[in-house]
Unconditional design. Structure first.
Length: 191
């Protein structure tokens, strides 16, 4: 039986392929994305600091993963990553993140199941039309004929990307790494 809330040992780590090097400093285009809370979110129009973690896809308990999923560097771990952002949500807000979102290419109806099952205190955004992905050239890969996002986390300040975490590994540590980055921004002289 497959579990989705923990990571198996021996997963291959993704390597930096340079496909996110163009993102720091990029001003986001005006693109509205549907959110699991019913809103349409334009990341370019948000004021303050936003954290957006992009992930390939979430699984459904009892449903098989795509063939070879664990052998794809960085593919496994979407649920543990989302749970870590859930568990660090209050800390991220306290550290200055005014907005936290998950992002995938899955449609909102699919995302709604995981948002409810995991009790996420923030919405998931759907780029099911690939508009944002293509506009800012987010790194992707293809599995079983479906385009998926590579795991990447964007720190966005007033509509522009100020920092990028890429590649993200292990995914369950990503939220803690983002939190450390935000604390460093507020107090750069403190260790």
């Amino acid at each position: 039986m497959t579990t989705y809330d923990s990571l198996p040992d021996g997963l291959p780590a993704p390597q930096d392929d340079g496909h996110a090097a163009h993102l720091p400093g990029l001003e986001l285009p005006i693109i509205e994305l549907p959110a699991t809370d019913g809103r349409m979110i334009d990341l370019s129009a948000l004021s303050g600091l936003a954290v957006v973690y992009a992930y390939p896809r979430t699984g459904v308990p009892g449903a098989p993963l795509p063939t070879g999923w664990d052998e794809i560097p960085g593919a496994r771990g979407c649920t543990p990553q989302s749970c870590a952002f859930r568990d660090h949500f209050a800390d991220l807000k306290a550290a200055g993140a005014e907005h936290v979102f998950g992002l995938s290419l899955q449609d909102t109806a699919y995302q709604q199941e995981v948002a409810e099952r995991l009790h996420l205190p923030f919405p998931l955004l759907s780029d099911h039309r690939h508009e944002l992905t293509h506009a800012i050239r987010l790194p992707t890969f293809t599995v079983e004929g479906a385009m998926l996002l590579k795991r990447i986390t964007l720190i966005i300040e007033d509509g522009a990307i100020s920092h990028v975490f890429y590649p993200v590994f292990p995914p369950d540590r990503n939220a803690a790494d983002v939190l450390a980055h935000l604390h460093g921004k507020r107090a750069p002289d403190q260790a």
